[in-house]
Design a protein around this ligand. Sequence first.
Ligand SMILES: Nc1ncnc2c1ncn2[C@@H]1O[C@H](COP(=O)(O)OP(=O)(O)OP(=O)(O)O)[C@@H](O)[C@H]1O
Length: 523
Amino acid sequence: MSSLNNIGVLIFVNRAVNSMSGQAGPDLRSGLFYFGLIICSYIVSAYFQRYMVDLTNEITYGVEMSVIEKVRAAPYEAFEKLGYEKIYSAISDARVLSRMPTVFINLVNAFVTLVCTLIYLLYTSLQSGVALFCMMVLLLAIYVYRDRKIAKDLEKVRDLQDVYYSYLRELLHGFRQIRISAKRSDTLFTRFIYNNRGKSKSLNVKASRSYAVNELSGVYSWYVLLGIIIFVLPALLKLNAMQVTGFITAVLFMISPLSQIIIFLPSYTMFRIALDRINKIDSLLHVDNATRPFNPPVRQFESIRFENIVYAYDPTVTRSFQLDIKELVIRKEELLFIIGGNGSGKTTFINLLTGLYKPQQGKVFIDDHEVAWEDYCHFVNNMAVVFTNQYLFKENYDEHDLSSANALLEELTTRFNLQGLLKPDFVKGTLNTDLSRGQQKRLALLLAMLEDTPLIVLDEWAAEQDTVNKQLFYTEWLEMIRKMGKAVVVVSHDEEYYQCADRVMKFRSGNIINEWQNNKVAT
Ligand SMILES: Nc1ncnc2c1ncn2[C@@H]1O[C@H](COP(=O)(O)OP(=O)(O)OP(=O)(O)O)[C@@H](O)[C@H]1O
């Protein structure tokens, strides 16, 4: 609508110029139409701007949410392979896409104006219109060809950005180690970070310069074209003064839409790169709808049994590590210890037990009923887990009651020697997590207990505890947890406490090589 209005304005301007050159004086009716068109164009454009603002925000929100939702529903293995860097990049790519509607609508607007102006030119003089059209297509073709070459450099810049994020991650996560070693710091910064940024800078400079030259060439070739129309075409095609005036006005009118098209190409390249990358993440995070997190009611169990389970990190590589379990049973209210040397497969098994890894073969039974893997993935909501490198959330996502009215919280705070350390903030509903590693693990255990699940899984929980807390853990706390009606699976390297378990399973090279029951005196 707006573009058609603009064309109307062009026609009226030309008619007014022609009528004035014919000494007829200003045409009042055309004047009225002209102002009518301007008002109409303004109203349509204002409405459209509002629509664009809404659409742009809707797209930013939509794409960002879709990436986040994908991450939420992604299987852990896919997430592990992808890494944080690509996810951060995808979220920033989502922002790039938000500019897409504005740029595309401007393009459509420019295109409609251009086509209408061309029709008008063809109507004024067929031969000159055709000549102009051919020249314009040629100019655009050269411009597009050059733009393609620049786009390749921009793609390299985006790849360098991914690698840069991975170095930043090393810097932020390993800040302490980097801070205390000048050599490490120098190598990271000079050989990796500066090098990466330097390459990215020069590619960016090259691409931006080429874009600038390309844009300038586009605009200036148009001026050359204008010169040809004014100085060459009238003589060549024998145009009269009125036709030349109409032509010049129309060509001047085309400058703005043409520059819109020229500006569009770099934006289009950026959108395409962003979209490609988001699509790549999309396919890598292939959401398994069946294993989407959902919160089923707590379900007690008598036993969980794994049968003939096989899991390989990379099944295509014959010599890669493989977990191969003939049978493993976890019983209700039982203290089961998983032991074995480094790399024997204990954590891999915990990841299977907690539904994070999907076995390539095998069956899972709950209370002697075979369950599909998808159902098992929902069943894992019945487990509270403390991983070796457990992350303590700042927010109370489990919505635990952190007030002094929570008797279990009070009791466990005292038991786990955390008095005075948790400093609950009742307004924000949070606990203090600025604790030592050992204290953090005790807090993680406390929170796992508050989850009120029939099974607790603790992967090398005691590794960071001092001797007093470690002894209390093995000799008193585990027993207390069991008496609360929970089964506990403990991954442990603490040989001196193996007798505290009801049952012990020993792993070696991905297999269970030994299993025994301890004869504990009932208390
Ligand atoms: N993400 C991974 N990709 C490929 N291989 C892995 C991965 N994680 C672990 N492995 C391999 O799997 C094997 C078992 O590792 P796992 O972490 O289960 O051992 P673990 O018994 O828990 O050892 P530790 O006592 O040192 O914690 C190791 O040989 C390891 O190299």
